[in-house]
Design a protein. Structure first.
Lengths: 279, 430
């Protein structure tokens, strides 16, 4: 901790209970500005629940989620409704099962993502209805911004097609492009490589590194593809049964016996040996 | 396998299916056709008409069997038959739109135009405007509203009461009525923010009934079932369309002979202008962030929230703007009729407007015109056959759902193109 602004996200004692089930118990971790932080863990470990708490779709039972912008402005995410987290704190997410506006064109998806800026420019529809130049200029800017991301994601040729008619890999990329058009400070990606083939996954990792470098973005990543996680992340948080069992740089996490046993399971005698060794 | 089936039709299965249908028909026919209450000298007795029940069952049996046979032998299968219209290029739809507008403007001057026709067209245009207004709520924002007629009623009563008590003119009341309806739209919107689909439809249905029942029972304000009579007629810049008035009259000002037809034509042009305003507004707002947010909300509310849109303002703006157009149409209705009562705002009106939107193809402006002509115009012309109206209405709906479930004309145009061609840039489809 050299300077206070180095920490982007500070999660303290996050606990989420659904009735009698504890999905996350007392989870604490930090994500540094400019880092790619990965959250991994077996199925049902509570990874997506962490995302839902961060982006306001769930109200955490206990805990404090503090986000600090570059300019020192702080946001307590657990107290904000979901749309304000995206609008004011600039935390934008993608979804495990892709959520595009399927009946709208690819370009429209990217323009809708710039809703907040465009609504202001359209004078809450008044300037837009009158077709004033101030709105026309803002709309052109929005299209240029969309075109930039279309080019980057290789979607320019499909710009005027329906988003729902795109092949699966394209839809994944479009969802990331849409999130980027919303101008995030922290981008939360929920299994961006799910369902992609090896080549597409390689492209994705190059793309994420590229986005981070060019846009000074911080990324929070849930992923099952270990090769991808180990390749691109700076910091890995491993969850099992809602608790953090290990965190650190990829190399450390990969060698941790608790992580190996959580993923692979362990024969009984080895497990006993492991727990003894760790005590 | 399908080929083998086709060679040897499963007659036994078909017969069994037809027999089952016949039994259902017979069961239904017993209370509907089989018994009749007769008023005899000795009191009420029941008259049994067994043959009718048998006829009905036989008719259903034969029909069902024929349908199965036809479905079996006719390829492609009867069920899969959907009518596909040729895909018209975007520009030709714009041309069709402008031709329709020109025809509507010129029509009263045609030799065949007479008062009756213009009157009927005025009625159709009211429904076209209501359809275009409801389309904002249902077609764009995807909020199924079964109580749209409530806003129409609010607009009508707002004008009638304001003009009666405060002597305000039609032109002042028109925006006020729209505003009033928009306020009620927000008032309805608030409690139903969390509801979607069927649940929303039921609550809006209830809201429509609440408004009607209040109008019916709040005797002191609305004069209950007797309605409000003698509503002031609209003027053209202060020129009255009466034979004699306190101020200048239209006929007197232009030095022409008085004719009651003048008012009919004036009302026609008035509703035409209001309806065109509605569609131009809808076309324009679709291309603005507000309209795109409505469509995005229809597609996926959770994704909208994850991008920073406040679903409350998005939904309420759709309800308010949709409702305000119904309010405008309502005050036009009041000034045209000169008399309103709660009877004019029953659920069947909401159902008709929704049917127009669905039949026309959600989001299609020209489709709604077509559907309004079919659903409102045809029953007006075939008044003699009015006994069969609901039968034809239901039949037509079933056929449309079988053959064109997406509506007569429905093709969504993107609101923005990456590299718009100069030919289609900035044009609007009326």
């Amino acid at each position: 901790m050299t300077e206070p602004a180095a920490t982007l996200l500070q999660v303290d004692h996050l606990t989420m209970r659904f009735g009698g089930i504890t999905a996350i118990s007392d989870l604490s971790f930090t994500a540094k500005r400019g880092d790619i932080t990965a959250i991994i863990g077996p199925n049902g470990a509570g990874k997506t629940t962490v995302f839902n708490c961060l982006t306001g779709f769930y109200q955490p039972t206990v805990g404090r989620l503090e986000l600090t912008h570059q300019n020192g402005k702080r946001f307590l995410l657990e107290r904000m409704p979901d749309f304000r987290i995206a609008r004011d704190a600039h935390v934008v997410r993608t979804f495990q099962n892709i959520r595009l506006f399927a009946g709208m064109s690819v370009l429209e998806n990217l323009v809708v993502a710039q809703h907040i800026a465009l609504t202001r420019a359209s004078g809450y529809a008044v300037a837009g209805l009158l077709h004033l130049p101030v709105y026309r200029k803002a709309e052109r800017r929005a299209v240029e911004q969309a075109r930039y991301w279309l080019d980057k994601m290789g979607l320019t040729a499909s710009a005027d097609q329906l988003a729902g008619s795109l092949p699966y890999g394209f839809q994944r990329r479009l969802e990331i492009a849409r999130a980027m058009c919303a101008g995030p400070v922290l981008l939360c990606l929920d299994e961006p490589a799910a369902g992609l083939n090896t080549r597409e996954t390689d492209e994705l990792s190059g793309l994420l590194l590229d986005i981070r470098k060019e846009h000074g973005l911080s990324i929070l990543l849930i992923e099952h593809d270990m090769a991808l996680v180990m390749e691109i992340s700076d910091h890995v948080v491993v969850l099992d049964h809602g608790a953090c069992i290990c965190h650190g740089p990829p190399a450390k996490v990969r060698a941790d016996p608790a992580v190996i046993s959580a993923y692979l399971g362990t024969p009984e005698d080895e497990a006993i040996a492991l727990t003894r060794g760790s005590r | 396998m399908a080929a083998a089936d086709r060679q040897r039709p499963p007659f036994v299965a078909m017969l069994r299916d037809s027999a089952l249908a016949a039994v259902v028909a017979a069961l239904l026919a017993v209370p509907l056709l089989g018994v009749r209450l007769v008023d005899n000298a000795g009191g009420l007795t029941l008259d049994y008409r067994l043959p009718l029940v048998l006829y009905a069952a036989a008719a259903v049996f034969a029909g069902r069997l024929l349908l199965s046979l036809a479905g079996h032998f006719l390829a492609p299968s009867f069920r899969d038959m959907t009518v596909s219209l040729p895909r018209m290029p975007r520009n030709s739809l714009i041309i069709v739109g402008w031709v329709l507008v020109a025809a509507a403007v010129l029509l009263p001057w045609m030799p065949f135009a007479e008062r009756n026709l213009v009157d009927k067209l005025t009625l159709i245009l009211i429904y076209v405007m209501l359809g275009w207004g409801l389309n904002i709520v249902v077609g764009l924002a995807g909020l199924l509203d079964l109580g749209y007629v409530a806003f129409y009623a609010i607009g009508a009563y707002a004008y009638a009461l304001l003009s009666m008590h405060f002597g305000l003119s039609f032109w002042i009341c028109l925006p006020l009525a729209g505003l009033m309806a928009a306020l009620f739209g927000v008032a309805l919107g608030f409690p139903v923010l969390r509801l979607r689909g069927d649940y929303l439809a039921i609550v809006t249905l209830g809201f429509g009934e609440i408004i009607r029942v209040v109008l019916l029972n709040w005797q002191a304000v609305t004069n209950g079932p007797n309605g409000i009579t003698g509503i002031e007629r609209p003027t053209l810049f202060g020129l009255s369309f009466s034979r004699a008035a306190d101020g200048p009259t239209f006929a007197g000002f232009f030095g022409i002979e008085f004719s009651p037809v003048h008012r009919v034509y004036f009302l026609y042009y008035l509703i035409l202008a209001l309806a065109l305003m509605t569609t131009l507004f809808a076309q324009r707002i679709r291309r603005l962030p507000t309209g795109r947010a409505w469509e995005a909300l229809r597609e996926d509310e959770i994704a909208c929230r994850s991008l920073g849109m406040n679903p409350v303002t998005v939904k309420l703006s759709a309800f308010a703007i949709g409702a305000s157009f119904a309010g405008l149409a309502g005050s036009f209705f009041a000034t045209r009729q000169g008399f309103i009562s709660p009877e004019s705002f029953s659920f069947i009106e909401s159902a008709t407007i929704l049917a127009i939107v669905v039949l026309g193809g959600m989001g299609s402006q020209i489709g709604i015109v077509l559907a309004a002509v079919l659903l409102v115009g045809l029953p007006e012309w075939f008044r003699d056959l009015s006994e069969y109206r609901m039968l034809v209405f239901g039949g037509a709906m079933v056929l449309i759902m079988l053959w064109r479930p997406q509506g007569l004309l429905s093709r969504r145009e993107p609101t923005i193109l990456l590299d718009p061609k100069p030919a289609s840039a900035g044009a609007t489809v009326p």
